[in-house]
Ligand binder design. Structure first.
Ligand SMILES: *Cc1c(COP(=O)(O)O)cnc(C)c1O
Length: 355
């Protein structure tokens, strides 16, 4: 296994050269270089830039824009990415139109000559809506914009946005890539080493939002099991979704793997499996949802996703007063525990509703 190169600085030769090939860890570090090469290979891109968090990666992408540029993004975009656009970049003169990206005419209407980025996030959070990546990337390109996909929920194992026409892919490595809820990180992968990717690299090197060598090492350690973890996340989620779908106290299950889900056909086309994330609405609204969340034992009540442990979360309360998420909705990150144990736990918690 690779050593962890904690050194921030690297010795110069007597002739002023850098015989180790490294100068200073903000610029380059063996652990970060190795991780970036692995991420580029996983997504099928030309190069990757790693960051200290998913939102640092998001921020670096938008730092490549100029005042007056325009962004089209999904209305149900990850709330942290919405914060970056609304609260960091709007005041620098970058405007964003948030649209329902499942409707192509809404995307078309939002595109302008100044549109530089069309942001795609699928499946979405927390309703697991799916966007037709190939169709939206095509609309973006016709308008002279770049299509960039946040591929965090699917992971490169289940969905490969470059094959569907995207120009860049972003990940929160904190989720499935890290896989153990013990490391924060982000990444941007470029299909080409083009001008757009060069801007991201510049934001990384000049802005300095890089991950530590240890964090890079932790993510690297998780990558060999990614494909197998994803298989198990998907298998468990499929069983839990099917169980909840039949439950009388559950009004709706949001999981593209269910045959009657409105995004099932699309997801089956652009994903190799349906993922480990699902949400469901408890009949009876917020109180009923809180009762379920309050009585689970095997699930942990916590935000985030993609770890080996199952998490459950009342989304509306973490999203705050601007949230449009239904009050009865619980989001689940299905972990790698025994599926029957997880189902038994949900069953006993749902029993408490209305008692
Ligand atoms: C978590 C997440 C992010 C942000 O990543 P951090 O590592 O938490 O900064 C961005 N997009 C999606 C879809 C996420 O789930």
């Amino acid at each position: 296994m690779a050593p962890i190169h904690l050194s921030t600085t690297f010795e110069r030769g007597a002739d002023g050269s850098y015989p180790h090939g490294f100068i200073y860890t903000r610029n380059h570090n063996p652990n970060r270089n190795a991780l970036e090469a692995a991420l580029a290979a996983l997504e099928g891109g030309a190069a990757a830039a790693a960051f200290g968090s998913g939102l640092a990666a998001v921020t670096a992408i938008f730092q490549g824009l100029q005042p007056g540029d325009h962004v089209v993004a999904p209305a149900d975009i990850y709330h942290g990415t919405a914060n970056v656009l609304k609260h960091l970049f709007a005041k620098w003169g970058i405007e964003t139109s948030f649209v329902d990206m499942t409707q192509f005419d809404e995307v078309s209407r939002a595109l302008r000559p100044a549109t530089k980025i069309v942001w795609i996030e699928t499946p979405s959070n927390p309703l697991l809506q799916c966007v037709d990546i190939a169709a939206v990337a095509d609309l973006a390109h016709r308008a002279g914009a770049r299509a960039i996909a946040d591929n965090t929920f699917a992971s490169p194992v289940l969905q490969q946005p470059f094959k569907l026409g995207c120009d860049m892919v972003m990940h929160s490595m904190t989720k499935y890539l890290g896989g153990r809820s013990d490391v924060l990180g982000g990444a941007v992968i470029g299909l080409e080493q083009d001008e757009t990717f060069a801007q991201v690299r510049q934001a990384q090197l000049f802005g300095g939002g890089v991950p530590s060598p240890f964090d890079c090492w932790l993510v690297m350690r998780s990558l060999p099991t990614l494909a197998y973890r994803m298989q198990a996340h998907c298998a468990n989620a499929r069983k839990i979704a099917a169980y909840l779908h039949e439950h009388p106290k559950v009004s709706v299950v949001h999981y593209p793997g269910l045959p009657d889900n409105p995004y099932h056909t699309l997801a089956a086309r652009q994903m190799s499996d349906f993922g480990g994330m699902l949400s469901f609405e408890v009949a009876g609204g917020k109180d009923a949802a809180m009762t379920v969340a309050g009585h689970v034992d095997l699930f942990t009540r916590a935000t985030s996703l993609g770890g080996v442990e199952s998490l459950i979360e009342h989304r509306a309360s973490i999203e705050g007063p601007e949230s449009k998420t239904p009050q009865g909705l619980l989001r689940v990150s299905v972990g790698l525990e025994n599926a029957d144990d997880l189902i038994d736990d949900l069953a006993q918690a749902l029993e408490r509703v209305g008692r």
